[in-house]
Ligand binder design. Structure first.
Ligand code: RIB
Length: 328
């Protein structure tokens, strides 16, 4: 049987070759009716566009590389999912890398993504010294981290979030407030810690921070948090820099007999759907994850069209009330 050609699809669908090509490459204005018709015809004929030929005509692979520190973390899992959803609707496919805190792994992923001729990259990892970012000659958007002067960053307002969490605990009567933070972190989410410390001092309160390793195992966190309660049994407020840590602190506090929110109040950070489902009592600072993904994709589109971009976009955070906080 002769190999199917683009014109066979065009004839069967009753449209021009150019329309079939535009549907395949998602170029120019197309009504949903035309997209459906051409896609249905391709399916009926079992026609598969040749990716290499496609790439040669458009100069594009319609592939976007996404690198996150850890897909198992609900924040990054939900972020990657929101990015993929939006990009897929736009006709892209994504390749997602789980960089962890391994510069060699991140660099290999990057080389691989560049070898696959991705059209652009969205980067939300923690490594700051990966050489490929300096030389990568293609559109890049960063989320939550600084990569290079000309690479725009999409972030939530980490300083405002840290301040809101700390002010809220103080307003609800806590005075011995401890912050837990992760290392490595980046310049942006470190702002949560800076805001916590500044707010504490502005209320003549002493800041204390316990650090955990973002990539460390569960037992390490349990040990650090138990140490926190051993060393500060009178702690009456905790601001945790992410919801998974906040949920663990909540569990340990219950085991140790604290009654929340009467003798201890806890606020997390992130506000993921997973945390809302698994720890519905947890009050938290909500990052607008879906909006961060949308803005990153908007910026990517503008960059692909060679339009000028802002150095950064900072999105507002909100407080989600929960039973781990006293009422206003
Ligand atoms: O939970 C993961 C955390 O790491 C998030 O708060 C995100 O902003 C990143 O810094």
């Amino acid at each position: 049987m002769a190999k199917l050609r683009l014109e066979d699809v065009a004839d069967a669908a009753g449209v021009s070759k150019a329309t079939v090509s535009r549907v395949i490459n998602r170029r120019g204005y197309l009504s949903q009716k035309t997209i459906n018709l051409v896609e249905r015809t391709m399916k009926e004929l079992n026609y598969r566009p040749n990716a290499i030929a496609q790439q040669m005509t458009t100069g594009k692979t319609q592939l976007i590389g996404i690198l996150v520190p850890n897909v198992a973390n609900p924040f990054f899992g939900e972020l990657a999912s929101a990015l993929e959803n939006r990009l897929f609707k736009m006709g892209y496919k994504v390749l997602v890398g789980n960089a962890q805190n391994d510069a060699v792994k991140e660099s290999r992923y990057l080389q691989q993504l560049l070898n696959h001729q991705v059209d652009a990259l969205i980067i939300a990892t923690h490594n700051h010294n990966v050489e490929e970012y300096q030389n990568a000659n293609l559109p890049i958007i960063a989320i939550d981290r600084y990569l290079r002067q000309d690479i725009p960053v999409v972030q939530s307002d980490n300083y405002a979030g840290g301040k809101l969490a700390t002010e809220t605990l103080i307003q609800r009567g806590a005075t011995k407030i401890i912050h837990t933070d992760n290392l490595p972190s980046n310049q942006h989410d470190t702002q949560r810690k800076v805001a916590y410390e500044t707010t504490m001092r502005s209320h003549q309160l002493t800041p204390t921070t316990y650090l955990t390793n973002f990539y460390g195992d569960h037992t390490d966190r349990v040990n650090v948090f138990n140490q926190l309660f051993d060393e500060h049994p009178d702690v009456d407020g905790i601001f945790a820099s992410n919801d998974t840590d906040a949920a663990l602190l909540l569990q340990i506090a219950h085991q140790r007999g604290y009654h929340l929110p009467n003798d201890l109040q806890i606020i997390g950070y992130d506000g993921t759907q997973a945390s809302q489902l698994l720890a519905p009592d947890l009050a938290t600072i909500v990052q607008p994850i879906a909006n961060m993904a949308n803005v990153a994709v908007d910026l990517l589109e503008s960059r692909l069209k060679k339009q000028p971009l802002p150095a950064s976009v900072v999105l507002p955070v909100t407080l989600r009330e929960g039973a781990t906080l006293r009422a206003k």
